[in-house]
Design a protein. Sequence first.
Lengths: 160, 112
Amino acid sequence: MHKNILTEAQLEARGMNAVADLLARRLIVPKVFFDAAWPSKLCRVDVLAVDRAGAGDIHAVEVKFGIAAARDFVPRLMQVSAHYKYLAILNPGSRRLQEHALYPKDGLGRIGVILFEESEQDRLIARIDIAPERFRVGPDVIRQIDRFTAKQHADIEIRV
Amino acid sequence: MLLLADDLNSFDAAVALLAVHCAISLNDAVQIAVTGKRSKYENHSQTLADLRRVCGDNRVDSKGISHLAWLLTNKTAISYGDKRFTYAMLARDKAERFQAWAYSGFRRVLRA
């Protein structure tokens, strides 16, 4: 009942938690950052996960309410430095993103799509609807993510 | 391991066994990546000593070795014990902590 009165921002925050849970289960001891200033202070990524305790691939997820907001965000997400990129869409309605829009104009990769469902226990569960494909990332980005993970406090991580 | 851990009541033995083996494999990976060879010893204390030496040579904090040590100590009980191993959740936790330590300390050589 209370879900009907949640704002879009609250729903998106709930979605971020569900996405983090999904990534924590799919990756190996990832470091997860919410609302991460990545790759610079000028950009924010809703959920940033770095696989293998910071030594692995970079996963960037944007949580959007509605299919239109998700579609409009595709060009910006293309610019984000990450090996895997996803749009997580709350309340998508009956429409779907056109799959060809998820590919860059040239080069490797495909943006993945995450959708949500409610469990019987009122849990929001994220699931992958369209699998992401790996983008190419240069060595400078690897150096940058090393600095980022060394400096920033992860919201979710396995402590030694 | 994580998938099976979703149903720990049914798969606790498998989770514990996978926890041990993934830690042993990762230890091998670290030693091969750094020294070019892995411990051949069946003696677990020698394996741990080798890893400690690798840490010392590479100035890596050896804190995480304790998790591997716990898993090796319990390996026989997990793999061959007559009784049901009741610490599967702890075994999973130890394996994850060992992974987090190894990937942090040996990031350069273990980078995917």
